[in-house]
Structures are given as structure tokens and as C-alpha cells.
Design a protein around this ligand. Structure first.
Ligand code: ADP
Ligand code: MG
Length: 178
């Protein structure tokens, strides 16, 4: 079921006006009270057809962190524009040292292939974010960015899938209660 949905979502995504929708989504993110309150934020470097997050790194009032894939896990490192190189999956990754202490991270901005209104997200099928979020001892606000066209009734969540707290699309903001 998930595999079918992933394929469907990826084919829909190819035809979306990514830049236009991303700009709306990023404005919604910047307007959140949770965003104003956050100082240390884990984000991601976008693939061409993912929600484009690059605008966030211009907000110099925050400390930004980016993921890199090492074996089967995600590591997060401070964002430095001059210190990025293409890593696994051809995504730009930071070269700086990873952080081990996540206790002061206020928010995590999570990419998705699809999501549902219950707060569940579908990734690329490798469970990177599920494993990372499961391993976290702290509880930053989990924000999922997704195009409205990729919001489904259900993504057929499994036991290991971890919900987001807030879902932002180009049409709406959902706050997930438990
Ligand atoms: P995605 O979230 O990328 O869409 P899935 O939710 O299908 O992918 O997860 C892919 C695989 O990742 C699962 O089949 C599972 O084996 C593994 N996985 C997810 N979370 C955990 C976890 N907390 N511990 C161990 N394995 C996990
Ligand atoms: Mg999952």
C-alpha cells in the first residue's frame, strides 16, 4: 500500500509548481508562533521537487542544522553555506562536525513524499526519520512540509511511523493533537 502511494505521490509531485507552492509554505512556517519561539532548528536541504526550504537559512536569528546520511542513520551538523557537498542520494550535505546533544533543539522541519491529516508522513521508504525521531530523547516540535496535492486520507501508517506535530501545506496548517 505504501509503495503504491509513494509512486503515486512522486508522479503527482513532478507536475507541481514547486517554487510557487514552496514560497507559500515557507511563509506559513515563518508565521507560526512555534517558529518565533525556536532558536535551534533541524531542517533539510531540498531535492528539486521537494518543498524548497532554502529561504529558511536566510533567517540568521536561528541556528540551523542539516542532515547527512551515514550508513543507515541521519546525523545533523550546523549549516554553513560554504561547507556543503553532495553526499548520499545526490543531496547537499554539511561537512561540519555532527552534534550529539539534541537537548536544545526546538524544532525539526521534516521533508515528506506524502502525508495524512492524522500527522503521519511517508518518506522514501528507508525509515530514516522514523529511526532518528525514535532515538531522540528530547521532543522538538516536529513540522512536516508537504504540498497540498500530496496530502492523502491515510498513508497506511505502521507501528514504527512517528507523527508530526504540525503539517504545513500550501493551503492549510494542521495541528496534530496526540
Ligand atoms: P518511510 O518512513 O521512509 O516512508 P517506512 O515507514 O516504510 O519508510 O520505514 C522503512 C523501514 O524502516 C521499516 O520497514 C522499518 O524496518 C524501518 N524502521 C522504521 N523505524 C524504525 C525503528 N524505530 N527501528 C528500527 N527500524 C525502523
Ligand atoms: Mg515511516
Amino acid at each position: 500500500m505504501k509503495d503504491e502511494l509513494r509512486k503515486k505521490a512522486l508522479s503527482i509531485r513532478k507536475n507541481l509548481p514547486v517554487e510557487q507552492y514552496s514560497s507559500i509554505i515557507m511563509h506559513k512556517l515563518f508565521s507560526l508562533p512555534e517558529y518565533s519561539k525556536s532558536k535551534n532548528i533541524l531542517s533539510y536541504y531540498p531535492l528539486k521537487s521537494e518543498v524548497n526550504t532554502l529561504k529558511c537559512f536566510e533567517d540568521k536569528t536561528k541556528n540551523w542544522y542539516l542532515p547527512r546520511v551515514i550508513n543507515e542513520t541521519l546525523e545533523f551538523c550546523p549549516y554553513e553555506s560554504s561547507n556543503l557537498k553532495k553526499g548520499s542520494f545526490n543531496i547537499f550535505e554539511p561537512c561540519s562536525s555532527k552534534i550529539d546533544d539534541f537537548s536544545n533543539i526546538d524544532m525539526i522541519i521534516i521533508p515528506a513524499v506524502a502525508a495524512d491529516k492524522n500527522g503521519y508522513r511517508l518518506g522514501y521508504g528507508k525509515g530514516f526519520y522514523d529511526r532518528f525521531l525514535y532515538s531522540l530523547k528530547s521532543s522538538p516540535v516536529k513540522v512536516i512540509l508537504i504540498f497540498h496535492d500530496l496530502l492523502f486520507e491515510t498513508i497506511y501508517p505502521e507501528k514504527h511511523d512517528i507523527k508530526g506535530d504540525i503539517i504545513i501545506t500550501n493551503k492549510e496548517i494542521f495541528r496534530i493533537i496526540c
